[in-house]
Design a protein around this ligand. Structure first.
Ligand code: SF4
Ligand code: SF4
Length: 614
């Protein structure tokens, strides 16, 4: 019996679309492998799983290559047994392929650069991901994130209101920090020299990176702005293999910069965002980009070299090491720029080995952080990165990639390394030297020519006395006296069914002055809100009892609780649709676990501000 007759519809489509995707680069990689095995030990999955051949790059590649040989290469049609050609027939086989292309490779390209035959496995692994995505076969997290980027315009489903509020909030924090009410984060200002685009993670989890960048632009006297829409420079199309998504996301950003009349697009520190926007996007979008594009790392180096900002490296004296993001480094060649900047702003930089093109993936690349079903595998493979980090003796690992920040944080937590992760923008902001006068004069930054002169004047003056203050949530005065706890006077209902998590969250809030009522089920959460009338409800998405989505919707529809602020705190981001698919006002806040005390407190303060504005 001929098995070909029973090929599923999805398998048919995958093969048909594979034919449309094959180009010279892809075919070259398909046919060139001589199975020498030189790539095997390049892969962190292999190194962490000795004796398991299913992680070897060539083994994984052969699962895709066999389809090419069977259907698109004459040798496979004539001698399929000889060249190990094969086909795919059922949806179950496609699911197995999914496990390999999404769950056993982060598309880091370390094997690619070590292949003597020039086989770029990561490139055709991405193609295979795209083929599966086109028939709806993908990890759930990939589906959720792709949907958010298609429909809401950014990977984390950040709504415009939330984004703009965050920028305004950060501008206010800067004004307070620097005691200068003129400081701003300009939104949609036309004809600026710089349009600054960011990763939605910065809005959700790391707004400090936005205020640090704003501080640097301010003291550099830059003519800059941030778009109110189409501001996400990340692009899940790179991870999912969906070129249509890649093109759509890139085009939205390019068109926005054009509309604003921006002269240069500066991309904040994100490896896949930089690669997608700067390198792949113009091809995916078929867009002739009329403005310059650069990484913010390059921007910061330029400001220092031009004397537009002055830095004091002794302010960053803790030993630091640097992790090369796979996309920034191996795929885009940004090896020396971050090191040049680091050497300008830190006093104890230690390389990790291997580094640059040979550095190992943080293990969170290729969208792995969104695929929770593969987390145990990812963390096991992370032992390679953990050992690299440990051997540096550094206390802080710096990386120019938000994805790597998350990947490295997981590695550090899992292997109990006791290190912190930060980015160059944070170190540069911390090393900034400024004078009172500079902050006052830079009110004129709207005029670019003057702005440069202002920056130069700062360089000519004696070093400032004032270091940039610490960026923690301010809970004390400069005398060290209590100024009032940041959550004082607030009542929170904290709902989480995991006792450890519940205690952690409640303790953080109580330590910062809040009164906390605990709930462990959906019903308890509802009853506690009705009985206690809190200012904020924090809600885990997975709890026993009444469905959390129903709890959320019930409260949203009840006019008595119109001013209740709700913040989702979840370890299951794929369950967001329980909340966001409902036709009611979205939550004021959202956090993915694990979450730091600083992020918790900042977020609660923010949701309170949003509530009052509502
Ligand atoms: S991909 Fe390259 S290095 Fe790996 S087995 Fe094939 S030829 Fe050798
Ligand atoms: S791209 Fe990276 S993760 Fe994937 S097989 Fe190659 S070395 Fe391993």
């Amino acid at each position: 019996m001929n098995k070909e007759r029973f090929r599923s519809q999805k398998a048919e489509k995958v093969l048909e679309r594979m034919g449309q995707k094959l180009n010279r680069q892809m075919v070259g990689s398909m046919v060139a492998c001589v199975h020498c095995g030189m790539c095997t030990e390049c892969c962190h999955y292999v190194l962490a799983n000795p004796g398991d051949p299913t992680y070897a790059p060539a083994y994984k590649a052969d699962k895709i290559r066999k389809l090419f040989k069977r259907h698109f290469d004459w040798t496979g049609r004539v001698f399929p047994w000889w060249v190990k050609a094969g086909s795919v027939f059922t949806d179950e086989e496609l699911e197995e392929l999914k496990d390999t292309v999404f769950g056993k490779c982060t598309n880091c390209r370390r094997c690619s650069i070590n292949c003597p035959m020039g086989v770029d496995f990561a490139t055709f692994n991405r193609m295979a991901r795209g083929l599966l995505v086109s028939v709806g076969i993908m990890p759930e997290g990939v589906a959720v994130v792709s949907k958010d980027q298609w429909e809401i315009g950014n990977q984390m489903g950040v709504l415009k209101e939330e984004y703009v509020e965050t920028l305004e909030w950060m501008a206010e924090e800067l004004q307070d920090e620097l005691d200068d009410p003129a400081i701003e984060i300009p939104i949609d200002r036309p004809n600026c020299d710089v349009v600054y685009s960011i990763n939605p993670r910065e809005v959700k989890y790391d707004p400090r990176s936005i205020s640090d960048a704003a501080k640097i632009f301010h003291f550099a006297g830059e003519s800059w702005t941030m778009p109110s829409e189409c501001w996400d420079m990340t692009n899940f199309g790179l991870f999912s293999g969906d070129d249509a998504l890649g093109g759509s996301v890139a085009r939205r950003l390019y068109e926005k910069v054009e509309e604003l009349g921006g002269k240069r697009l500066v991309i904040s520190e994100c490896g896949h965002g930089y690669r997608s926007t700067r390198c792949e996007g113009p091809n995916w979008a078929q867009f002739n980009v009329p403005f310059a594009m650069e990484s913010s790392v390059e921007t910061m180096i330029r400001y220092i070299k031009q004397g537009r900002i002055k830095v004091d490296k002794t302010r960053n004296s803790i030993p630091v090491t640097f992790h090369d993001s796979c996309n920034n480094a191996r795929s885009c060649g940004l090896f020396e720029e971050p090191r040049e900047l680091l050497n300008l702003v830190v006093s104890d930089f230690r390389e990790m080995y291997p580094n640059r093109a040979e550095n190992y993936c943080c293990t969170g690349g290729g969208g792995a952080m969104s695929m929770s079903e593969y987390t145990p595998r990812r963390l096991k493979s992370a032992v390679i990165k953990a050992n690299q980090l440990k051997e540096t003796g550094a206390k802080v690992v710096v990386t120019s990639c938000h994805n790597c920040v998350d990947g490295l944080s997981d590695v550090i937590r899992h292997y109990k390394l006791g290190m912190e992760v930060t980015q160059l923008v944070n170190l540069v902001a911390n090393a900034l030297v400024m004078e009172e006068k500079a902050a006052a004069v830079t009110e004129k930054v709207a005029v670019p020519a003057e702005a440069v002169a202002v920056g130069a004047a700062v360089m000519d003056t004696p070093p400032a006395e004032a270091a940039i203050p610490a960026k923690e949530v301010p809970v004390t005065t400069s005398d060290g006296e209590p100024e009032g706890l940041p959550l004082a006077g607030l009542k929170l209902v904290v709902a989480d069914d995991e006792p450890d998590q519940l205690e952690y969250l409640a303790t953080v809030f109580e330590d910062h002055g809040a009164e906390v009522v605990r709930a462990t089920t959906g019903d308890e959460a509802l009853a506690a809100v009705r009985g206690e009338k809190p200012d904020v409800l924090t809600l885990d998405l997975e709890m026993p009892g009444r469905d959390v989505g129903d709890v959320f919707e019930t409260l949203r529809k009840d006019p008595e609780f119109a001013s209740l602020a709700i913040c989702i705190i979840t370890g299951r981001p794929e369950l967001r649709k329980l909340i966001y698919d409902r036709s009611v006002r979205v939550p004021e806040g959202y956090l993915d676990k694990p979450v730091t005390p600083d992020a918790l407190v900042r977020t609660i303060r923010k949701v309170i501000e949003l509530r009052h504005d509502a």
